[in-house]
Design a protein around this ligand. Structure first.
Ligand code: UT7
Length: 320
């Protein structure tokens, strides 16, 4: 038995912030951001939190899958921007959608969060522990951004994507995940847990900070390496893959991965022009867009891959 995606859904906030809007508050330009990243605009949440966005994406996925919330055994939310330290976002979503029979928790793997959550759900399903799961990636990274820091504020946006997965004879063919905690400080954001009662130190809020070039070098080396290993393990060639749905951080990273596998860029769909880097939301958001546009056919081999803070990176190969 393996794990098959039977429904997808996504949600983005209504408010659009363009590169030109950001050029009003930091020294940047539409030309710089587009040419260096492929990003043109992003959505920024006003009233929605991570769980609310996730619940909306989840409802759409359930509706498409024709699965009732009560039939869900497991909810995994990949996020690094939960609305609360506790309860978990996944528990909140459970309450919002009425998935009363599910066990629920969050997975913290930053932009790899959705892929790590999907692979974790696969481990449960393929071992027979659970049958049907809801896997979601949702982040409101805009809340962690220092809006005076041009090196990060132009890159990110808010959004969520969800999939319903269930036990089936075809679906996920292989998974691969890696982490490198020694390099964690190249992409980091302080938490509220830095206070100290005995030393009389109040918790301080931190902003996201990133050594962009270090993360870029990591991504163009480790992502193709990871996908390459996955293809080797599953004995599937890069040519046989219909689509590579890669975390939407930077178009140049995607070009570099396509070049490494010597496959046409047409196999690497992108939507970062409209949403920027939505962290854990990016892979399921693009997957849902592709699915609803009718671009995925039964039997297509698809690679999903995420990478980000931790450092973390991983991939899933599946047959649609
Ligand atoms: O989801 C997590 C994964 N994150 C990523 O994958 C991000 C990976 N990194 C990147 O995508 C790229 O490194 C960036 C897009 C963040 C930056 O692109 P870059 O080509 O590596 O630029 P850079 O950092 O080398 O900066 C080049 C120049 C610098 O100016 P000087 O020192 O050459 O005078 C920066 O100060 O561009 C400047 N710069 C900007 N200029 C206009 C940095 N940010 C901006 C900006 N607008 N927003």
């Amino acid at each position: 038995m393996t794990t098959r995606i039977i429904g997808t859904g996504s949600y983005v906030p209504e408010q659009i912030v363009t590169n030109n809007d950001l050029a009003q508050i930091v020294e940047t330009s539409d030309q710089w951001v587009r040419s260096r990243t492929g990003i043109g605009e992003r959505r920024i949440a006003t009233v929605e939190g991570t769980s609310q966005m996730a619940a909306r994406a989840a409802r759409r996925a359930l509706e498409q899958a024709k699965v009732e919330p009560e039939a869900i055994d497991l909810i995994l939310l990949g996020t690094s921007t939960p609305d609360y330290c506790f309860p978990s976002g996944a528990c909140e979503i459970q309450g919002m959608i009425g998935a009363v029979n599910a066990v629920c928790y969050d997975i913290s793997a930053a932009c790899s969060g959705f892929v790590f959550a999907l692979n974790t759900a696969h481990a449960f399903i393929s071992s027979g522990i659970y049958k049907t799961a809801l896997v979601i990636g949702s982040d409101v990274i805009s809340k962690l951004i220092d809006w005076t820091d041009r090196s990060t504020c132009v890159l990110f946006g808010d959004g969520a994507g969800a999939v319903v997965v269930t036990a089936d004879v075809k679906g996920i063919m292989g998974i691969h995940m890696r982490s490198d905690g020694k390099k964690g400080q190249v992409l980091t954001c302080g938490a509220r847990t830095n206070g100290n009662f005995l030393l009389g130190k109040k918790p301080e809020l931190g902003y996201m900070s990133m050594e962009g070039q270090e993360v870029f070098k990591f991504a163009v080396k480790r992502v193709p390496e990871c996908i390459g290993q996955l293809l080797e393990e599953t004995k599937v060639s890069a040519e046989a893959v219909r689509y590579f749905i890669i975390h939407q951080a930077n178009y140049r990273i995607i070009e570099s991965i396509a070049k490494r596998f010597k496959v046409d860029l047409e196999k690497f769909p992108v939507n970062m022009e409209f949403y920027g880097n939505t962290s854990s939301g990016s892979v399921p958001l693009l997957l849902d867009e592709m699915n609803r546009a009718g671009r995925l056919s039964r039997g297509d081999k698809v690679v999903l891959s995420g990478f980000g803070a931790g450092l973390t990176w991983g991939a899933t190969l599946l047959e649609w």
